[in-house]
Write a protein that binds this ligand. Structure first.
Ligand code: NDP
Length: 488
Protein backbone atom coordinates (compact mmCIF):
# COMPACT_ATOMS: atom_id res chain seq x y z
CA UNK A 1 0.00 0.00 0.00
CA UNK A 2 1.12 3.63 0.05
CA UNK A 3 1.21 5.38 3.39
CA UNK A 4 3.18 8.55 4.07
CA UNK A 5 5.19 8.04 0.88
CA UNK A 6 6.30 4.52 1.91
CA UNK A 7 5.31 1.26 0.23
CA UNK A 8 3.99 -0.84 3.11
CA UNK A 9 2.31 -4.18 3.77
CA UNK A 10 -0.80 -4.46 5.87
CA UNK A 11 -0.05 -4.41 9.60
CA UNK A 12 -1.82 -7.78 9.88
CA UNK A 13 0.68 -9.26 7.41
CA UNK A 14 -2.32 -10.71 5.57
CA UNK A 15 -3.06 -10.70 1.85
CA UNK A 16 -6.06 -11.57 -0.27
CA UNK A 17 -6.42 -12.74 -3.86
CA UNK A 18 -7.60 -10.59 -6.72
CA UNK A 19 -9.25 -12.60 -9.50
CA UNK A 20 -8.96 -12.33 -13.26
CA UNK A 21 -12.62 -12.51 -14.35
CA UNK A 22 -11.71 -14.03 -17.71
CA UNK A 23 -9.94 -17.04 -16.24
CA UNK A 24 -11.87 -17.05 -12.97
CA UNK A 25 -8.50 -17.53 -11.25
CA UNK A 26 -6.47 -15.40 -8.84
CA UNK A 27 -3.71 -13.35 -10.46
CA UNK A 28 -2.57 -10.91 -7.77
CA UNK A 29 -2.13 -10.71 -4.00
CA UNK A 30 -3.35 -7.56 -2.29
CA UNK A 31 -2.52 -6.36 1.24
CA UNK A 32 -5.49 -6.76 3.59
CA UNK A 33 -5.53 -3.51 5.52
CA UNK A 34 -6.82 -3.24 9.06
CA UNK A 35 -8.41 -0.25 10.83
CA UNK A 36 -4.92 0.40 12.27
CA UNK A 37 -3.60 0.84 8.72
CA UNK A 38 -6.43 3.25 7.95
CA UNK A 39 -5.46 5.19 11.03
CA UNK A 40 -1.84 5.37 9.82
CA UNK A 41 -2.94 6.48 6.34
CA UNK A 42 -5.21 9.20 7.68
CA UNK A 43 -2.50 10.35 10.10
CA UNK A 44 -0.05 10.58 7.19
CA UNK A 45 -2.58 12.52 5.11
CA UNK A 46 -3.33 14.84 8.03
CA UNK A 47 0.39 15.44 8.66
CA UNK A 48 0.89 16.18 4.96
CA UNK A 49 -2.07 18.55 5.02
CA UNK A 50 -0.43 20.49 7.84
CA UNK A 51 3.08 20.28 6.39
CA UNK A 52 4.98 23.20 4.95
CA UNK A 53 5.91 20.97 1.99
CA UNK A 54 2.26 20.95 0.91
CA UNK A 55 0.61 23.94 2.59
CA UNK A 56 3.57 26.10 1.69
CA UNK A 57 3.14 25.49 -2.03
CA UNK A 58 1.47 28.16 -4.06
CA UNK A 59 -1.68 27.11 -5.86
CA UNK A 60 0.21 27.52 -9.12
CA UNK A 61 2.89 25.10 -7.91
CA UNK A 62 0.19 22.59 -6.94
CA UNK A 63 -1.22 22.86 -10.43
CA UNK A 64 2.21 22.13 -11.90
CA UNK A 65 2.47 18.97 -9.79
CA UNK A 66 -0.87 17.83 -11.19
CA UNK A 67 0.44 18.42 -14.70
CA UNK A 68 3.38 16.15 -13.93
CA UNK A 69 1.03 13.46 -12.61
CA UNK A 70 -0.95 13.79 -15.84
CA UNK A 71 2.19 13.29 -17.95
CA UNK A 72 3.28 10.26 -15.93
CA UNK A 73 -0.16 8.64 -16.22
CA UNK A 74 -0.14 9.36 -19.95
CA UNK A 75 3.25 7.67 -20.31
CA UNK A 76 1.94 4.53 -18.60
CA UNK A 77 -1.65 4.65 -19.79
CA UNK A 78 -1.57 1.53 -21.93
CA UNK A 79 0.10 -0.53 -19.22
CA UNK A 80 -2.41 0.71 -16.62
CA UNK A 81 -5.29 -0.08 -18.97
CA UNK A 82 -3.99 -3.61 -19.43
CA UNK A 83 -3.77 -4.09 -15.68
CA UNK A 84 -7.35 -2.87 -15.25
CA UNK A 85 -8.65 -5.25 -17.92
CA UNK A 86 -6.86 -8.18 -16.31
CA UNK A 87 -8.29 -7.21 -12.93
CA UNK A 88 -11.88 -6.26 -13.77
CA UNK A 89 -12.48 -8.03 -17.08
CA UNK A 90 -13.73 -4.98 -18.95
CA UNK A 91 -12.55 -4.64 -22.52
CA UNK A 92 -9.00 -3.46 -23.17
CA UNK A 93 -10.45 -0.97 -25.66
CA UNK A 94 -12.63 0.47 -22.89
CA UNK A 95 -10.07 0.50 -20.07
CA UNK A 96 -7.29 1.86 -22.30
CA UNK A 97 -9.57 4.61 -23.53
CA UNK A 98 -10.20 5.51 -19.88
CA UNK A 99 -6.54 5.46 -18.81
CA UNK A 100 -5.50 7.43 -21.92
CA UNK A 101 -8.13 10.10 -21.21
CA UNK A 102 -7.57 10.21 -17.44
CA UNK A 103 -4.64 12.69 -17.64
CA UNK A 104 -7.08 15.29 -18.95
CA UNK A 105 -8.82 15.41 -15.54
CA UNK A 106 -5.49 16.21 -13.91
CA UNK A 107 -4.74 18.83 -16.55
CA UNK A 108 -8.15 20.45 -16.27
CA UNK A 109 -8.01 20.75 -12.48
CA UNK A 110 -4.30 21.73 -12.60
CA UNK A 111 -5.44 24.77 -14.54
CA UNK A 112 -8.13 25.54 -11.97
CA UNK A 113 -5.83 25.27 -8.93
CA UNK A 114 -4.85 28.96 -9.00
CA UNK A 115 -8.25 30.22 -10.09
CA UNK A 116 -9.95 29.59 -6.77
CA UNK A 117 -10.41 33.18 -5.71
CA UNK A 118 -12.01 34.66 -2.65
CA UNK A 119 -14.34 37.64 -2.87
CA UNK A 120 -14.36 41.13 -1.45
CA UNK A 121 -17.88 41.66 -0.14
CA UNK A 122 -19.38 45.15 -0.64
CA UNK A 123 -20.41 44.94 2.97
CA UNK A 124 -23.43 46.91 4.22
CA UNK A 125 -21.80 47.66 7.62
CA UNK A 126 -19.78 50.93 7.58
CA UNK A 127 -16.30 50.69 9.00
CA UNK A 128 -15.69 47.03 8.10
CA UNK A 129 -13.71 45.28 5.43
CA UNK A 130 -15.12 41.81 4.68
CA UNK A 131 -13.56 39.27 2.36
CA UNK A 132 -13.59 35.52 1.84
CA UNK A 133 -10.91 32.84 1.63
CA UNK A 134 -11.38 29.55 -0.21
CA UNK A 135 -9.74 26.96 2.01
CA UNK A 136 -9.20 23.23 1.50
CA UNK A 137 -11.18 20.88 3.73
CA UNK A 138 -8.34 18.62 4.89
CA UNK A 139 -8.15 14.86 4.37
CA UNK A 140 -10.46 13.54 1.65
CA UNK A 141 -11.38 9.84 1.73
CA UNK A 142 -12.23 8.37 -1.67
CA UNK A 143 -14.04 5.04 -1.87
CA UNK A 144 -14.11 3.67 -5.38
CA UNK A 145 -15.78 0.66 -7.07
CA UNK A 146 -14.38 -1.94 -9.42
CA UNK A 147 -15.88 -0.95 -12.73
CA UNK A 148 -13.67 2.04 -13.63
CA UNK A 149 -11.06 2.03 -10.88
CA UNK A 150 -8.55 4.69 -11.91
CA UNK A 151 -10.95 6.98 -13.70
CA UNK A 152 -13.38 7.21 -10.81
CA UNK A 153 -10.49 7.79 -8.39
CA UNK A 154 -8.99 10.47 -10.66
CA UNK A 155 -12.30 12.32 -10.86
CA UNK A 156 -12.03 12.78 -7.09
CA UNK A 157 -8.28 13.13 -6.66
CA UNK A 158 -7.59 15.79 -9.28
CA UNK A 159 -9.96 18.47 -7.91
CA UNK A 160 -9.22 17.49 -4.28
CA UNK A 161 -5.46 18.02 -4.72
CA UNK A 162 -5.92 21.09 -6.90
CA UNK A 163 -7.81 22.70 -4.02
CA UNK A 164 -5.01 21.82 -1.57
CA UNK A 165 -6.49 18.81 0.23
CA UNK A 166 -4.74 15.51 0.89
CA UNK A 167 -6.12 12.12 -0.03
CA UNK A 168 -6.73 8.59 1.23
CA UNK A 169 -7.86 6.25 -1.52
CA UNK A 170 -9.56 2.91 -0.93
CA UNK A 171 -9.96 1.01 -4.18
CA UNK A 172 -12.40 -1.88 -4.52
CA UNK A 173 -11.20 -5.22 -3.20
CA UNK A 174 -11.90 -6.54 -6.72
CA UNK A 175 -9.70 -4.07 -8.57
CA UNK A 176 -6.85 -2.74 -6.43
CA UNK A 177 -3.92 -3.54 -8.68
CA UNK A 178 -3.99 -0.44 -10.88
CA UNK A 179 -4.20 1.82 -7.81
CA UNK A 180 -1.13 0.13 -6.34
CA UNK A 181 0.68 0.49 -9.68
CA UNK A 182 -0.13 4.20 -9.67
CA UNK A 183 1.57 4.59 -6.27
CA UNK A 184 5.03 5.23 -7.71
CA UNK A 185 3.72 8.03 -9.91
CA UNK A 186 3.02 10.42 -7.04
CA UNK A 187 6.57 10.46 -5.70
CA UNK A 188 7.97 10.63 -9.24
CA UNK A 189 5.81 13.69 -9.88
CA UNK A 190 7.27 15.33 -6.79
CA UNK A 191 4.18 15.19 -4.57
CA UNK A 192 5.22 15.47 -0.90
CA UNK A 193 4.89 12.17 1.01
CA UNK A 194 1.46 11.58 2.54
CA UNK A 195 -0.46 13.80 0.12
CA UNK A 196 -1.85 10.66 -1.56
CA UNK A 197 -2.20 7.44 0.44
CA UNK A 198 -3.63 4.12 -0.71
CA UNK A 199 -5.13 1.48 1.57
CA UNK A 200 -6.43 -1.77 0.13
CA UNK A 201 -8.76 -4.24 1.77
CA UNK A 202 -12.36 -5.12 2.42
CA UNK A 203 -14.95 -2.39 2.70
CA UNK A 204 -16.70 -4.17 5.55
CA UNK A 205 -13.45 -4.34 7.53
CA UNK A 206 -11.97 -0.89 7.01
CA UNK A 207 -14.83 1.20 5.58
CA UNK A 208 -16.17 2.39 8.93
CA UNK A 209 -12.68 3.17 10.23
CA UNK A 210 -12.10 5.40 7.21
CA UNK A 211 -15.50 7.08 6.94
CA UNK A 212 -15.83 7.65 10.69
CA UNK A 213 -12.22 8.74 11.26
CA UNK A 214 -12.10 12.00 13.18
CA UNK A 215 -9.44 13.42 10.84
CA UNK A 216 -11.27 12.67 7.59
CA UNK A 217 -12.95 15.87 6.48
CA UNK A 218 -15.05 14.55 3.61
CA UNK A 219 -15.95 11.30 1.88
CA UNK A 220 -16.34 10.89 -1.88
CA UNK A 221 -18.09 7.63 -2.67
CA UNK A 222 -18.94 5.82 -5.90
CA UNK A 223 -20.65 2.45 -5.73
CA UNK A 224 -23.95 0.75 -5.07
CA UNK A 225 -26.74 2.58 -3.25
CA UNK A 226 -26.93 0.03 -0.42
CA UNK A 227 -23.27 0.60 0.47
CA UNK A 228 -23.74 4.31 -0.19
CA UNK A 229 -26.49 4.42 2.42
CA UNK A 230 -24.20 2.75 5.00
CA UNK A 231 -21.40 5.21 4.27
CA UNK A 232 -23.85 8.12 4.48
CA UNK A 233 -25.12 6.92 7.88
CA UNK A 234 -21.61 6.63 9.30
CA UNK A 235 -20.72 10.03 7.88
CA UNK A 236 -23.88 11.51 9.40
CA UNK A 237 -22.93 10.24 12.85
CA UNK A 238 -19.73 12.25 12.56
CA UNK A 239 -21.32 15.23 10.74
CA UNK A 240 -19.13 14.81 7.67
CA UNK A 241 -19.96 16.00 4.17
CA UNK A 242 -20.17 13.38 1.44
CA UNK A 243 -20.60 13.19 -2.30
CA UNK A 244 -22.35 10.10 -3.62
CA UNK A 245 -22.44 8.56 -7.10
CA UNK A 246 -24.69 5.56 -6.81
CA UNK A 247 -25.60 4.09 -10.14
CA UNK A 248 -28.91 4.12 -11.93
CA UNK A 249 -31.55 2.63 -14.19
CA UNK A 250 -31.09 4.94 -17.12
CA UNK A 251 -33.64 5.19 -19.94
CA UNK A 252 -32.56 5.29 -23.57
CA UNK A 253 -35.57 6.71 -25.45
CA UNK A 254 -35.97 6.19 -29.19
CA UNK A 255 -38.54 8.35 -31.01
CA UNK A 256 -40.06 7.48 -34.37
CA UNK A 257 -38.19 10.33 -36.09
CA UNK A 258 -34.74 9.10 -34.99
CA UNK A 259 -32.09 7.67 -37.27
CA UNK A 260 -32.80 4.03 -36.48
CA UNK A 261 -29.32 2.83 -37.38
CA UNK A 262 -27.74 5.27 -34.95
CA UNK A 263 -30.30 4.55 -32.26
CA UNK A 264 -29.75 0.79 -32.51
CA UNK A 265 -25.99 1.31 -32.11
CA UNK A 266 -26.57 3.78 -29.28
CA UNK A 267 -28.78 1.38 -27.34
CA UNK A 268 -26.29 -1.46 -27.91
CA UNK A 269 -23.44 0.68 -26.62
CA UNK A 270 -25.58 1.84 -23.68
CA UNK A 271 -26.08 -1.68 -22.37
CA UNK A 272 -23.53 -4.11 -23.83
CA UNK A 273 -20.41 -1.93 -23.82
CA UNK A 274 -18.65 -2.64 -20.53
CA UNK A 275 -20.90 -5.71 -20.22
CA UNK A 276 -23.51 -3.42 -18.71
CA UNK A 277 -21.23 -2.79 -15.73
CA UNK A 278 -21.41 0.93 -15.78
CA UNK A 279 -23.38 3.27 -13.58
CA UNK A 280 -24.85 4.98 -16.66
CA UNK A 281 -25.89 1.73 -18.39
CA UNK A 282 -28.94 2.44 -20.56
CA UNK A 283 -30.70 -0.58 -19.16
CA UNK A 284 -34.23 0.52 -20.13
CA UNK A 285 -34.87 1.07 -23.86
CA UNK A 286 -38.10 2.98 -24.41
CA UNK A 287 -39.15 2.60 -28.03
CA UNK A 288 -41.99 4.44 -29.80
CA UNK A 289 -44.69 1.87 -30.51
CA UNK A 290 -44.75 2.66 -34.25
CA UNK A 291 -41.11 1.51 -34.65
CA UNK A 292 -40.96 -0.98 -31.77
CA UNK A 293 -40.97 -4.19 -33.80
CA UNK A 294 -38.58 -2.93 -36.45
CA UNK A 295 -36.26 -1.58 -33.75
CA UNK A 296 -36.26 -4.91 -31.88
CA UNK A 297 -35.53 -6.82 -35.08
CA UNK A 298 -32.60 -4.58 -36.03
CA UNK A 299 -31.34 -4.46 -32.46
CA UNK A 300 -31.28 -8.24 -32.11
CA UNK A 301 -29.55 -8.59 -35.47
CA UNK A 302 -26.68 -6.40 -34.24
CA UNK A 303 -26.62 -7.77 -30.69
CA UNK A 304 -26.35 -11.35 -32.00
CA UNK A 305 -23.04 -10.45 -33.66
CA UNK A 306 -21.43 -9.48 -30.33
CA UNK A 307 -18.11 -11.26 -30.07
CA UNK A 308 -17.57 -12.54 -26.54
CA UNK A 309 -14.14 -13.51 -25.38
CA UNK A 310 -10.90 -12.52 -23.77
CA UNK A 311 -11.26 -8.84 -22.83
CA UNK A 312 -7.55 -8.33 -23.55
CA UNK A 313 -8.14 -9.06 -27.23
CA UNK A 314 -8.86 -5.98 -29.29
CA UNK A 315 -11.66 -7.65 -31.24
CA UNK A 316 -13.68 -8.72 -28.19
CA UNK A 317 -16.93 -6.80 -27.79
CA UNK A 318 -18.46 -8.32 -24.66
CA UNK A 319 -16.31 -9.51 -21.79
CA UNK A 320 -17.03 -11.33 -18.54
CA UNK A 321 -18.76 -10.07 -15.41
CA UNK A 322 -16.18 -8.73 -12.98
CA UNK A 323 -16.96 -10.76 -9.88
CA UNK A 324 -18.58 -14.08 -9.11
CA UNK A 325 -21.23 -12.60 -6.77
CA UNK A 326 -22.10 -10.06 -9.46
CA UNK A 327 -22.34 -12.88 -12.04
CA UNK A 328 -24.77 -14.69 -9.76
CA UNK A 329 -26.72 -11.49 -9.16
CA UNK A 330 -27.12 -10.87 -12.91
CA UNK A 331 -28.31 -14.44 -13.49
CA UNK A 332 -30.73 -14.00 -10.56
CA UNK A 333 -32.25 -10.92 -12.22
CA UNK A 334 -32.69 -12.85 -15.48
CA UNK A 335 -34.68 -15.48 -13.57
CA UNK A 336 -36.78 -12.84 -11.82
CA UNK A 337 -37.61 -11.18 -15.16
CA UNK A 338 -38.72 -14.51 -16.60
CA UNK A 339 -40.81 -15.30 -13.51
CA UNK A 340 -42.48 -11.89 -13.66
CA UNK A 341 -43.58 -12.51 -17.25
CA UNK A 342 -41.06 -10.60 -19.39
CA UNK A 343 -40.23 -12.27 -22.72
CA UNK A 344 -36.58 -13.21 -23.19
CA UNK A 345 -35.76 -12.61 -26.87
CA UNK A 346 -31.97 -12.89 -26.63
CA UNK A 347 -29.56 -14.68 -24.32
CA UNK A 348 -31.02 -15.34 -20.93
CA UNK A 349 -28.31 -17.27 -19.11
CA UNK A 350 -24.61 -18.07 -18.69
CA UNK A 351 -22.60 -17.91 -21.91
CA UNK A 352 -21.05 -21.24 -22.84
CA UNK A 353 -19.42 -20.35 -26.14
CA UNK A 354 -16.07 -21.84 -27.19
CA UNK A 355 -13.05 -19.87 -26.02
CA UNK A 356 -14.67 -18.35 -22.96
CA UNK A 357 -12.53 -20.29 -20.52
CA UNK A 358 -13.84 -20.53 -16.97
CA UNK A 359 -14.75 -16.85 -16.84
CA UNK A 360 -17.99 -15.38 -15.54
CA UNK A 361 -19.75 -14.76 -18.85
CA UNK A 362 -23.44 -13.93 -19.24
CA UNK A 363 -25.07 -13.91 -22.69
CA UNK A 364 -26.12 -10.44 -23.86
CA UNK A 365 -29.75 -10.62 -22.79
CA UNK A 366 -32.82 -8.75 -24.01
CA UNK A 367 -36.33 -8.77 -22.58
CA UNK A 368 -39.40 -7.41 -24.36
CA UNK A 369 -42.88 -7.18 -22.90
CA UNK A 370 -41.38 -5.49 -19.85
CA UNK A 371 -43.77 -3.33 -17.84
CA UNK A 372 -42.60 -0.44 -15.67
CA UNK A 373 -43.46 -2.10 -12.35
CA UNK A 374 -41.37 -5.23 -13.02
CA UNK A 375 -38.19 -5.51 -10.95
CA UNK A 376 -36.11 -5.74 -14.14
CA UNK A 377 -37.42 -2.27 -15.06
CA UNK A 378 -36.80 -0.77 -11.62
CA UNK A 379 -33.65 -2.28 -10.11
CA UNK A 380 -30.03 -1.85 -11.16
CA UNK A 381 -28.75 -5.15 -12.60
CA UNK A 382 -25.21 -4.02 -13.47
CA UNK A 383 -24.88 -6.55 -16.27
CA UNK A 384 -25.67 -7.06 -19.98
CA UNK A 385 -29.44 -7.19 -19.56
CA UNK A 386 -31.74 -4.85 -21.47
CA UNK A 387 -35.45 -4.22 -20.86
CA UNK A 388 -37.37 -2.95 -23.90
CA UNK A 389 -40.64 -1.09 -23.35
CA UNK A 390 -42.94 0.58 -25.89
CA UNK A 391 -44.43 4.07 -25.43
CA UNK A 392 -47.06 6.07 -27.31
CA UNK A 393 -46.54 9.79 -26.68
CA UNK A 394 -43.70 12.05 -25.55
CA UNK A 395 -45.43 12.40 -22.19
CA UNK A 396 -45.68 8.60 -21.87
CA UNK A 397 -41.95 8.34 -22.53
CA UNK A 398 -41.23 10.94 -19.85
CA UNK A 399 -43.54 9.28 -17.36
CA UNK A 400 -41.92 5.86 -17.83
CA UNK A 401 -38.38 7.27 -17.86
CA UNK A 402 -38.96 9.29 -14.68
CA UNK A 403 -40.71 6.42 -12.90
CA UNK A 404 -37.49 5.38 -11.21
CA UNK A 405 -35.88 5.88 -7.84
CA UNK A 406 -32.70 6.64 -9.79
CA UNK A 407 -31.76 9.58 -11.99
CA UNK A 408 -28.20 9.30 -13.25
CA UNK A 409 -28.47 9.58 -17.04
CA UNK A 410 -30.80 9.30 -20.02
CA UNK A 411 -30.47 9.00 -23.79
CA UNK A 412 -32.79 10.61 -26.33
CA UNK A 413 -32.83 9.64 -30.01
CA UNK A 414 -34.71 12.13 -32.19
CA UNK A 415 -34.26 14.43 -35.19
CA UNK A 416 -36.52 17.06 -33.63
CA UNK A 417 -34.62 19.74 -31.69
CA UNK A 418 -37.76 20.93 -29.92
CA UNK A 419 -38.42 17.44 -28.64
CA UNK A 420 -34.77 17.03 -27.64
CA UNK A 421 -34.93 20.23 -25.59
CA UNK A 422 -38.22 19.29 -23.96
CA UNK A 423 -36.69 15.96 -22.94
CA UNK A 424 -33.54 17.67 -21.68
CA UNK A 425 -35.70 19.88 -19.45
CA UNK A 426 -38.08 17.24 -18.18
CA UNK A 427 -36.00 14.11 -17.73
CA UNK A 428 -35.03 13.66 -14.08
CA UNK A 429 -31.39 12.77 -14.71
CA UNK A 430 -28.01 14.35 -14.06
CA UNK A 431 -26.90 13.81 -17.67
CA UNK A 432 -29.04 13.77 -20.82
CA UNK A 433 -27.40 12.62 -24.04
CA UNK A 434 -29.12 13.34 -27.36
CA UNK A 435 -28.28 11.16 -30.36
CA UNK A 436 -25.27 9.82 -28.47
CA UNK A 437 -24.57 7.86 -25.29
CA UNK A 438 -21.79 7.50 -22.69
CA UNK A 439 -19.70 10.51 -23.65
CA UNK A 440 -17.96 12.31 -20.79
CA UNK A 441 -15.37 15.01 -20.31
CA UNK A 442 -13.49 16.68 -17.45
CA UNK A 443 -15.20 19.90 -18.53
CA UNK A 444 -18.76 18.68 -18.04
CA UNK A 445 -20.41 18.03 -14.66
CA UNK A 446 -21.41 14.49 -13.80
CA UNK A 447 -23.66 13.26 -11.01
CA UNK A 448 -27.06 12.00 -10.06
CA UNK A 449 -30.59 13.08 -9.36
CA UNK A 450 -32.69 11.24 -6.77
CA UNK A 451 -31.19 7.97 -5.45
CA UNK A 452 -28.35 8.16 -7.96
CA UNK A 453 -26.63 10.47 -5.53
CA UNK A 454 -25.63 14.07 -5.00
CA UNK A 455 -22.67 16.31 -5.55
CA UNK A 456 -20.99 16.69 -8.92
CA UNK A 457 -17.72 15.42 -10.33
CA UNK A 458 -15.95 17.11 -13.27
CA UNK A 459 -16.69 20.55 -14.61
CA UNK A 460 -15.87 24.01 -13.31
CA UNK A 461 -17.88 23.75 -10.09
CA UNK A 462 -16.56 20.32 -9.03
CA UNK A 463 -13.56 21.93 -7.36
CA UNK A 464 -15.94 23.76 -5.05
CA UNK A 465 -16.87 20.38 -3.53
CA UNK A 466 -13.37 20.45 -2.01
CA UNK A 467 -13.19 23.92 -0.46
CA UNK A 468 -14.87 25.76 2.35
CA UNK A 469 -15.45 29.48 2.34
CA UNK A 470 -14.18 31.53 5.25
CA UNK A 471 -15.54 35.00 5.93
CA UNK A 472 -12.97 37.45 7.32
CA UNK A 473 -14.08 40.71 9.00
CA UNK A 474 -11.72 43.61 9.72
CA UNK A 475 -12.75 46.69 11.66
CA UNK A 476 -11.04 49.52 9.81
CA UNK A 477 -11.83 52.69 11.81
CA UNK A 478 -10.52 51.98 15.30
CA UNK A 479 -13.80 53.38 16.65
CA UNK A 480 -14.85 52.75 20.25
CA UNK A 481 -16.62 49.47 20.92
CA UNK A 482 -20.27 50.29 21.40
CA UNK A 483 -22.30 48.42 24.03
CA UNK A 484 -20.35 45.12 24.30
CA UNK A 485 -23.44 43.30 25.60
CA UNK A 486 -25.27 43.71 22.29
CA UNK A 487 -24.61 42.14 18.92
CA UNK A 488 -22.89 44.44 16.47
P1 NDP B 1 -20.10 -1.48 -3.38
O1 NDP B 1 -20.97 -0.32 -3.41
O2 NDP B 1 -20.28 -2.46 -2.28
O3 NDP B 1 -18.55 -1.04 -3.36
C1 NDP B 1 -18.08 0.24 -3.67
C2 NDP B 1 -16.93 0.56 -2.74
O4 NDP B 1 -17.40 0.65 -1.39
C3 NDP B 1 -15.84 -0.51 -2.73
O5 NDP B 1 -14.58 0.09 -2.61
C4 NDP B 1 -16.18 -1.27 -1.47
O6 NDP B 1 -15.11 -1.99 -0.95
C5 NDP B 1 -16.59 -0.16 -0.56
N1 NDP B 1 -17.34 -0.60 0.61
C6 NDP B 1 -18.04 -1.74 0.80
N2 NDP B 1 -18.58 -1.76 2.03
C7 NDP B 1 -18.23 -0.62 2.64
C8 NDP B 1 -18.48 -0.05 3.92
N3 NDP B 1 -19.21 -0.67 4.83
N4 NDP B 1 -17.95 1.16 4.20
C9 NDP B 1 -17.22 1.81 3.28
N5 NDP B 1 -16.94 1.32 2.06
C10 NDP B 1 -17.44 0.13 1.74
O7 NDP B 1 -20.15 -2.17 -4.75
P2 NDP B 1 -20.06 -3.72 -5.05
O8 NDP B 1 -18.77 -3.95 -5.69
O9 NDP B 1 -20.36 -4.59 -3.91
O10 NDP B 1 -21.25 -3.81 -6.05
C11 NDP B 1 -22.58 -3.83 -5.58
C12 NDP B 1 -23.47 -3.09 -6.52
O11 NDP B 1 -23.11 -1.72 -6.58
C13 NDP B 1 -23.37 -3.54 -7.95
O12 NDP B 1 -24.19 -4.65 -8.17
C14 NDP B 1 -23.85 -2.35 -8.69
O13 NDP B 1 -25.24 -2.36 -8.76
C15 NDP B 1 -23.41 -1.21 -7.85
N6 NDP B 1 -22.23 -0.55 -8.35
C16 NDP B 1 -22.35 0.71 -8.83
C17 NDP B 1 -21.25 1.34 -9.34
C18 NDP B 1 -21.32 2.70 -9.91
O14 NDP B 1 -20.50 3.06 -10.74
N7 NDP B 1 -22.22 3.54 -9.45
C19 NDP B 1 -19.96 0.69 -9.41
C20 NDP B 1 -19.92 -0.61 -8.80
C21 NDP B 1 -21.03 -1.18 -8.30
P3 NDP B 1 -15.01 -3.56 -1.25
O15 NDP B 1 -14.84 -3.68 -2.72
O16 NDP B 1 -13.83 -3.96 -0.49
O17 NDP B 1 -16.28 -4.18 -0.75
Amino acid sequence: MLIGGERVDASSGEWFESFNPYTGKPWALIPRATPADVDRAVAAARAAFKSKAWRGLTATARGKLLLKIADLIAARADELGRIETTDNGKLILEMRAQTRYLPEWFRYFAGLADKLEGRVIPIDRPGYFNFTLEEPLGVIAAIVPWNSPLMLAGWKMAPALAAGNTFVWKPSEHSSVSALEMASIFAEAGLPPGVVNIVTGFGNEIGDALVGHKDVAKICFTGGDATGALVYQTAAKHIKPVTMELGGKSANIVFADASLDNAVKGVVSGIFAATGQTCVAGSRALIHRSIHDEFVERFLKLARTAKMGNPLEETTQVGPITTKPQYQKVLGYIDIAKQQGATCVLGGGPAKRPGLGDGWFVEPTVFTGVTPEMRIAQEEVFGPVLSIMPFDTDDDALAIANDSIYGLAAGVWTANIGRALKMAHELEAGTVWTNTYRVSSPLSPFGGYKRSGFGRESGLLAIREFVQEKSVWIETTGADTPNPFVIR
